[in-house]
Ligand binder design. Structure first.
Ligand SMILES: NC(=O)c1ccc[n+]([C@@H]2O[C@H](COP(=O)([O-])OP(=O)(O)OC[C@H]3O[C@@H](n4cnc5c(N)ncnc54)[C@H](O)[C@@H]3O)[C@@H](O)[C@H]2O)c1
Length: 375
């Protein structure tokens, strides 16, 4: 049991890392001790605004400084695994932004580091914490969909301009052909298939297909990623999950497209632009009939979302940015496994990495390794 607050540091503090501050400060078991960012000027502004004592312009320096027990990794994707590994080697707890890693090789190194470390690792897949996704997960956990056998997730978020202001995206997200940013879509759906802990499910093989290239970047170069990349995922149970990632097509955003089909129920999410999510459960209507998902909140919504604190209601990404931090802190305090520990982080990350191989091989099926076999 910890006797003093968990001392936190945030890496990438002048960017995405900053959005973790409020959730950390809402938890009395934590203390924000250090900030790190390569942009020294913005770092100094953040440190002054947030009144944080220690600042670093190199992640290694923060990790080795002895000032923190835990870090949030909010840096660009290619730094997640290397920075997480460095911290885990020092037995410093890690809450890492998505995706967990950018290559299979790096994923193996991260799994090894997490297994050797006494610290807690969690991937910050915030979309698994939104109210509607938590409710669907609870319904699946109670078996109300019957046997689930088909799911869908879509991350459709036009980011061409954002590619220019955060050039790492042009390289790691739209500069690679594959489902390069799949965890917001696959993460929640996988949890619904996994909801019955006696029948854990994971993606065993992927087949990816692209829609071709219809846009050029401001330099006139073709994006290496095809505009819409669809990844079919075969699960251990035989189930099928269809993931679409599109960060290039001109259209309104929809980052929260989901669907689920079971023998006793079906779900279709909101379109992200105001339409209500709808559900049919045989237990409530013998004849298939849609009803609003919200109608099930009173009876089935887990307590933590029933009376959420204001910090959760105000937090980004449908409250996900708040709840993921609380769960991570709880896991540290209990010295238990985090809800999205290293194996689940890999189950959500690896299919996208293998989708690159599938596309390169003409959309052939490619096996997805089970990280539980990596020692
Ligand atoms: N979960 C979500 O909903 C969500 C939302 C936005 C971004 N993200 C993820 O968060 C990460 C950061 O995204 P962003 O939009 O903030 O990008 P960004 O380019 O703004 O980078 C974040 C910050 O990291 C700093 N940085 C870059 N390299 C660094 C290094 N080596 N060491 C320390 N600091 C470094 C940058 O100066 C910047 O302030 C990405 O992996 C992205 O995918 C997740």
């Amino acid at each position: 049991m910890m006797t003093r607050p968990i001392r936190f540091g945030i890496i990438g503090a002048a960017g995405r890392g900053n959005s973790f501050v409020r959730a950390l400060r809402a938890n009395p078991a934590t203390e924000l001790r250090a900030l790190c960012d390569v942009r020294a000027e913005q770092l100094a502004v953040s440190a002054s605004e947030l009144d944080v004592e220690h600042t670093f312009t190199e992640a290694e320096a923060l990790i080795q400084s002895g000032t923190v027990d835990a870090i949030v990794v909010g840096t660009p994707m290619q730094f997640h695994a290397p920075q997480a590994i460095l911290a885990l080697e020092q037995n410093i707890h890690v809450l890492s932004e998505v995706t967990a890693a950018v290559s299979v090789e790096e994923s193996r190194d991260l799994v090894r580091a997490a297994r050797r470390s006494s610290a807690t690792y969690m991937m910050a897949e915030n979309y698994t914490y939104t109210k509607s996704n938590v409710l669907v997960c609870e319904l699946a956990r109670r078996g109300l969909f019957g046997e689930t056998y088909y799911g869908e997730g879509g991350y459709i978020h036009e980011l061409k301009q954002h590619n220019e202001t955060t050039p790492w995206r042009r390289h790691w997200q739209t500069g690679v052909n594959g489902c390069t940013y799949p965890t917001h879509s696959l993460g929640p759906v996988l949890q619904w298939f996994n909801a019955d802990r006696r029948r854990p499910d994971r993606v065993v093989a992927v087949c990816a297909i692209g829609s071709g290239h219809h846009y050029l970047d401001p330099r006139g170069d073709r994006y290496e990623m095809e505009d819409s990349v669809t990844m079919m995922c075969r699960l251990t149970s035989g189930g099928l999950v269809h993931i679409r990632v599109d960060m290039l097509s001109d259209r309104p955003h929809n980052m929260v497209h989901y669907a689920l089909q079971g023998t006793d129920g079906a779900y279709e999410s909101t379109d992200g632009n105001g339409a209500a999510a709808k559900i049919w459960l045989r237990a409530r209507h013998a004849t298939p009939t849609w009803e609003p998902l919200a109608a099930l909140e009173e009876e089935f919504l887990p307590d933590f979302w029933k009376n959420p604190p204001q910090e959760a209601v105000n937090a980004g990404h449908g409250g996900g940015d708040y709840w993921e931090v609380q769960d991570f802190v709880q896991a540290i305090l209990e010295q238990g496994e985090a809800p999205i520990g290293i194996d689940l982080a890999m189950d959500m990350t690896l299919p996208g990495l293998l989708s690159q191989q599938s596309l390169a091989a003409g959309s052939s099926w490619v096996a997805v390794p089970d990280p539980r076999n990596w020692t």
